[in-house]
Design a protein around this ligand. Structure first.
Ligand code: HGY
Ligand code: MN
Ligand code: MN
Length: 438
């Protein structure tokens, strides 16, 4: 289908520049002196919400912080008399503003800011000349989700789960490293736990959810391409594992008398890598490992380790988890150790809706030079808010090249040129969706 977007290259370049400058501005809102860290219900969360709200109002959106701390901007359709038409569904754009510890400055952030630039490109003046409206068959919303990473409480997708209506009251007792419960942090942030349900959207309110995000992997970089369609988002499970042995004197205890929890945990981490490497589209990571009592001259009596397990399909993921469990039984049995696992996060694979994949593909094609093969379609190994939104709306994702694929790291990068192409592609995708919905 012919491209629908009419905008001049200068406006697209200016949009990309704004996105990059604002990524830098948001990067300066951090809890640490030597890196980027913004976690759920923190002062930094409140500060970036205020900045996002300011930028949402700047493009003519009305703004609200929802009952779960997500920052929401909305550009209504208007009736012929010029009054906002609140009953039409909204196409939701966005991503998240929270980060992992020592994060990069584009993971999530760039998707929120590109959504705002798309609104700026597609908005139309209101009939009475005051303010802006959506000229499309749906309203436009941009959401800055507040906790995609799960950095503070270990459970990911809290902000988008609230919007999807899948909030679980069991989460209120989750605690952060300081022992603060999610419930206490909610109240401390000025939110009412009893009203978290008010953040939930109904399916009939949403025309879909479209998220632009950096790939967080090397595939586009290796292909030499700037954009890709996302086919599905990884099926994920996260566990906290405890290995129990026996603390003993590091000097006086011969090896055959030891039940060293750290060595059991170390074999477990290597087993995860070995089992997942042997699979297709499976990936397992031990990102955290702590030993107790943690003294130089004491054989570790206990070890706590995390496991982040992902796959393209839920069945493969669960089958591999079974294989890991059996292998851990063997390792710990051989070493006289005991182990247990507590699951702290589980998200099924989410498949991007065919129509939204098509409009994203059309959007990317509209940015390509003639004669270039069709854009790549990639399975996302990284999790995204779109996984949660899939419970309440059709979802689609657009990936941007992530030079060297490095992410969740200060060296995470994206080029202004790819942000410009991505913003154009996202705007075109929205117009193609509007055309498809008549
Ligand atoms: O962990 C992830 O995949 C995402 O970046 N939160
Ligand atoms: Mn991330
Ligand atoms: Mn992300």
């Amino acid at each position: 289908m012919a491209a629908l977007l009419r905008t001049d290259p200068g406006a697209v370049a200016a949009a990309a520049r704004r996105v990059m400058d604002r990524c830098d501005e948001l990067a300066r809102v951090t809890a640490t002196d030597d890196g980027i860290e913004r976690v759920y219900l923190s002062e930094e969360h409140a500060r970036v919400n205020r900045l996002a709200a300011q930028w949402m109002r700047e493009v003519g959106m009305t703004t609200r912080q929802d009952a779960a701390g997500n920052q929401v901007g909305r550009l209504d359709r208007v009736t012929p008399s010029g009054t906002p038409d609140p009953d039409v569904p909204a196409l939701m754009l966005g991503s998240h503003l929270d980060t992992v510890p020592d994060a990069g400055r584009y993971d999530g952030i760039v998707g929120v800011l590109m959504g705002l630039e798309v609104v700026r490109m597609l908005r139309a003046p209101c009939p009475d000349g005051t303010g802006w409206r959506s000229p499309l068959p749906f309203a436009l919303e941009v959401v800055a989700f507040s906790d995609e990473e799960g950095t503070r409480f270990g459970k990911a997708l809290l902000g988008s789960s609230a919007v999807a209506g899948t909030w679980d009251p069991d989460w209120w007792s989750l605690t952060d490293d300081d022992g603060v419960t999610l419930h206490e942090a909610f109240v401390g942030f000025g939110l009412d736990p009893a009203r978290v349900g008010e953040a939930a959207r109904r399916p009939e309110e949403l025309a879909g959810y479209l998220e632009a995000h950096i790939e967080q992997g090397p595939e586009l970089d290796e292909r030499g391409e700037s954009l890709a369609v996302v086919s599905s988002i990884a099926s994920a499970r996260r566990f906290q594992l405890v290995v129990e042995g026996e603390a003993r004197h590091a000097g006086g205890t011969p090896y055959d008398r030891r039940r060293d929890a750290l060595l059991g945990a170390s074999e477990a981490a290597l087993a995860v890598e070995r089992i997942c490497r042997a699979e297709h589209h499976m990936i397992g990571t031990v990102g955290q490992l702590e030993t107790y009592p943690g003294a130089v001259n004491v054989v570790p009596g206990e070890a706590h380790l995390s496991l982040d397990l992902r796959g393209e399909l839920d069945g493969d993921r669960d089958r591999v988890w079974g294989a890991i469990e059996r292998e851990l039984d063997t390792i710990m049995g051989r070493r006289g150790l005991r182990w247990r696992a507590r699951e702290i996060h589980s998200a099924p694979a989410v498949f991007c809706a065919p129509l939204l994949q098509d409009v994203v593909r059309e959007g990317i094609v509209s940015t390509l030079d003639r004669g270039v093969d069709g854009p790549a379609t990639i399975f996302s190994r990284a999790g995204h808010d779109a996984m949660a939104l899939g419970a309440v709306a059709d979802v689609g994702m657009l990936f941007l090249r992530n030079p060297d694929g490095i992410s969740h790291h200060p060296d995470e990068d994206v080029s202004a040129a790819d942000v410009a192409s991505g913003t154009r592609a996202l705007a075109e995708a929205v117009l193609q969706l509007a055309a498809a919905r008549g």
